[in-house]
Write a protein of this length. Sequence first.
Length: 393
Amino acid sequence: MEQKKYSKATDAVWAGEDSPFFKGAATTPIVNSVAFAYTDLEEWYDVSVGKAEGFIYSRNTNPTVAALEEKIRVLENAEAATSFATGMAAISNTLFTFLKPGKRVVSVKDTYGGTSKMFLDFLPAYQVEVKLCETGNHEELEMEIAKGCDLVYLETPTNPTLKIIDIKRIAAAGRNAGATVVVDNTFATPINQNPLDIGADLVIHSATKFLNGHSDAMGGLVAGKKELVRQVFQFREINGASLQADPAYMIARGMKTLDLRISRQNDSALTIASYLKSHPKISNVFYPGLESHIGHEIARSQMRGFGGMLSFVIDGGYGLVEKFLPSLKLVHLAASLGSVSSLAGPPRTTSHVELTAEQRALLGIPEGLVRYSVGIENVDDLLGDLEQGLGRL
């Protein structure tokens, strides 16, 4: 019998919560056991080699973690999913799974700072050829992919300038070249966007952010084609960057309100971006929900909502950023995003702290940029807070 299809809101609550391992528990228990014992050696062996379902050792698999993996698998319409201790573990393990010396990866200049560091420093040190294209230049991406490519790595919307990439178009180019196409979906979340449905092979999340939603647990997730996820899992289980049961439980619990939170953050972010766009002290606003955004039409075609992240440039540079941010009362000035409370900061202390000022300039990130993660507070209160802060400049 075909399994009934539910909405994303319902799947966020129920998916992964019905494991027979938990025998009817109304919420997924935290299983902190390192090892799982067997009285039958043949059963133990079959589970160990994957012939039978079960758990052996929590560095490899764990019941609580498996429940979270199933939740993201369902939400991303994937064949399989696996997990990691952090979002950067998910990114780095995926890159190192498929990129060996002599391989070639094509990506864009606008990616999260840790990802950019991988492309600028770490992968070249392992003799991996890296080509970073202008993010909005789809023709350049297609041309470089066609030259020969093993992995295409996309991030859309990008961090921190919210640029948009046409996933379907670039995934087609990657498929024609025989490349694996990976999309970081952290900013959009599966509520707003499902890259696998439009051609991607793997999707990555920093589960620390919107999925968890409360800034109290770290994790990373990868979902996609079963064989590709198997390869990433095999690398991770030996590499050891495993997600533990406690944060897995907290992320899965946070995801139960994902649709509610994202719906509120979508609406509030668009309201705030529209306000900032007309403010005389703001020289630029980056939010794909604005009709003036260069990637707006592409975003409309592949996203159901435009997300809770935006960024803007204060006219006057970093000196005014230093004055403006501490004056805000309803944000945490902190290096994270996607929480129920609003967070803000400049890229030099948040998304791209790992990079030099020269590297940030190379990636097109102005020092006067403010990254703003919209929480679930009342939007009028947030607007008032921004107004009083800008009024001090």
